[in-house]
Design a protein around this ligand. Sequence first.
Ligand SMILES: Nc1ncnc2c1ncn2[C@@H]1O[C@H](COP(=O)(O)OP(=O)(O)O)[C@@H](O)[C@H]1O
Ligand SMILES: [Mg+2]
Length: 350
Amino acid sequence: MRVHVRLKGWWVVALVCVVPCLSYGNYVYGPDEDDICYALGHDQIVDMRPMSEIVHQDGKHYSASHPVFLITLKSGIKGVYKIQRECEIFAEVAAYRASRMLHFSFVPPTTIRVINGKLGSVQMYVKTNIEVLGSQFEHLLALVPADDLANIKIFLYVFGQHDAVAHNMLMNKEQDKVTLFAIDNGCIAIKKFWQYGKNPFIHVSTVYLFPKVGEEKNFPYSHFKTMPNYHPDELKKVFGSIFSLAYYKNKLSKYKPFRYIIFNHQLWVQKKVDEPVFCFITYCPADTLERLKALTKLDLVQIFSSFRKVIADEFVDDDFLNAILDRRDQVVAYFDHVKRDLVREEMRCG
Ligand SMILES: Nc1ncnc2c1ncn2[C@@H]1O[C@H](COP(=O)(O)OP(=O)(O)O)[C@@H](O)[C@H]1O
Ligand SMILES: [Mg+2]
């Protein structure tokens, strides 16, 4: 165990040095984008304060579940330092690398850094001029250029960001145009099965359940069970003492209605069963589709490479990478279908 921990530590140190030096495609935050990443990971910190202070000063509502801080570097660059599970920290960086590889700019430059002995992600601070909250969200989304909106939704779907909600987006408004930023991408580390146009089934249990059930080859999307009114006692009847009472009461009770599938001996729960799906759109820019088609497993290995060695068991394994490629294939198949329908329609009308 001690050796394992020590090795882990060395990998983290190595990554802190290496990650900011790697280059992933074009520069969308200007030619100094690599320098920004390097600075975020290395520059001297001259000020550090809770993120909530800054957001409140701007007159906005603050929503977070992790410790988040605004750091100011000697060079004047500001970064958002967040402490969360190791796999989520690396997922934040992977999301940035992936968006950059696909020539998108909606995930701000992100790297990792150890501050006061704690590893966290550091993302470039983006100052925005509007508050993104509930009711205005849809209205503001309508002001995002069609290509940008399509790109962001498709990107978040393919890379498995199932927590794309108003408070995990930043918006900046200039005249009638809104620019959208996708922050808080740690959840791409969580395994899931996700059909394009539907809400995803998320892997929620780390325990190996029911060795005799859930051995189908493919994820049985339509074979779910639903409890309309979740109650810990009802679920306890099904799963018994596999989970602790606290787990039934706190962790699982947030999924309402509770819809689940047991697959591969694991529990998978569908998010937001009755809510509209954010990561779905019926339009995709042609060049995005081409770039997605060109995305290979090797590219994904490059995006996630440094992390495979650190946390191979819990995060990036072959299934994880294949799931990304599967979602990409679903998108490509969907838009091929849309194209075929359009051609048929044109032939019918013409
Ligand atoms: N790169 C950023 N630029 C500007 N503000 C940010 C940035 N990242 C996070 N924030 C602010 O901090 C809040 C919490 O960050 P978030 O990553 O969503 O943390 P959590 O994982 O705890 O939800 C966000 O809702 C936003 O107000
Ligand atoms: Mg958040």
